[in-house]
Design a protein around this ligand. Structure first.
Ligand SMILES: [Zn+2]
Length: 154
């Protein structure tokens, strides 16, 4: 899932690490490939945060707990209240909302089956639903255009 502070951050659960399915070097290689593919399209992610634990570890950073979000707030020195956070699963949105973020659900990935039907139950109050990440990006751009001060036309 993604959170937009000044530039997007990414948070994910990587229990494959805790379960020994892959190592940190492999995860770093996957992230490097993702950033490279994104850069080729003009995109940028400022930081990637992940939880390496398994459910049995009972850690604070595994979604739906807000630990990863709190790490972002600490690293970038920004309050998270009202910061848009987008994800494709209930756990994503629960974690973001627990950190004070504004929850946005995209109907892709885990939530694609909900297209054309009522969204999953238990979403945090105020969750906004978007068809996909592109629609969410359009929403953010329209929102920031609205918030930008008007230029004087003289
Ligand atoms: Zn964790």
């Amino acid at each position: 899932m993604f959170i937009k502070t000044t530039a997007p951050q990414s948070v994910s659960s990587q229990s494959g690490l805790g379960r020994g399915l892959f190592d940190v070097a492999s995860l770093n290689a996957m992230h490097a490939k993702m950033l490279k593919l994104l850069a080729a399209k003009g995109g940028r992610i400022d930081a990637i945060f992940y939880c390496p634990h398994t459910a049995e570890d009972d850690c604070h950073c595994r979604k739906p707990r807000p630990g990863l979000f709190e790490q972002i707030g600490l690293r970038f020195g920004v309050p998270l209240r009202g910061v848009p956070a987008v994800g494709d699963s209930l756990r994503d949105l629960q974690a973001g909302a627990a950190a004070g973020c504004e929850p946005h659900l995209v109907l892709t990935g885990k939530s694609e089956p909900y297209r054309g039907m009522a969204p999953p139950e238990g979403l945090p109050p105020g969750t906004q639903v978007h068809r996909d990440l592109s629609a969410f990006a359009d929403f953010l751009l329209a929102d920031s255009a609205e918030a930008a001060p008007q230029q004087a036309s003289a």
